[in-house]
Design a protein around this ligand. Structure first.
Ligand code: SF4
Ligand code: SF4
Length: 138
């Protein structure tokens, strides 16, 4: 069967922080997993952005496994907007961005937004102290 890929945002319950979730997706569900971002801390709710590659059937089984352990899943699809003129260039959006869509221009010391690199994960939205990053869908 033809291979395909999906990008998903996961919210992992704190009970899974020390469980081999990614390992099981690879080993038990035969998926190629590209970790675009992960924030896992001991005994805390975690988050991750994954790209799953495999046949549609394997991907669905992998997603069913994640749901069975109470992982919340949503597709990557947010259309991100930044109100450039209100940016104070604090840099708080740079670290949470898995694709470097937000980056520091070292000549101007301004934080620039390259929308073509954005995968719509939404991590930057809550990071911005001035709340000028948003999505109409969020
Ligand atoms: S949504 Fe924000 S954090 Fe995610 S890739 Fe786009 S700019 Fe980066
Ligand atoms: S976090 Fe917000 S204010 Fe700070 S650099 Fe990014 S967009 Fe600008």
């Amino acid at each position: 069967m033809k291979e395909s890929s999906v990008k998903i945002v996961l919210t992992l319950p704190k009970e899974t922080w020390d469980k081999p979730v990614i390992y099981k997706l690879i080993k038990d569900y035969d998926l190629v997993v590209n970790i675009l971002r992960a924030e896992i801390l001991p005994k805390m709710e975690g988050s991750a952005v994954l790209e799953l590659n495999g046949t549609p059937e394997k991907i669905q089984k992998g997603i069913n496994f994640l749901k069975s352990i109470n992982v919340k899943i949503r597709p990557l699809e947010l259309d991100i907007i930044r109100e450039d003129e209100k940016c104070i260039h604090c840099g708080a959006c740079i670290a949470p961005c898995p694709t470097n869509a937000f980056h520091l221009n070292i000549e101007t010391f301004k934080v620039e937004f390259d929308k073509s690199k954005c995968v719509g994960c939404g991590h930057c939205i809550s990071a911005c102290p001035t709340r000028i990053i948003y999505s109409p869908d969020f």
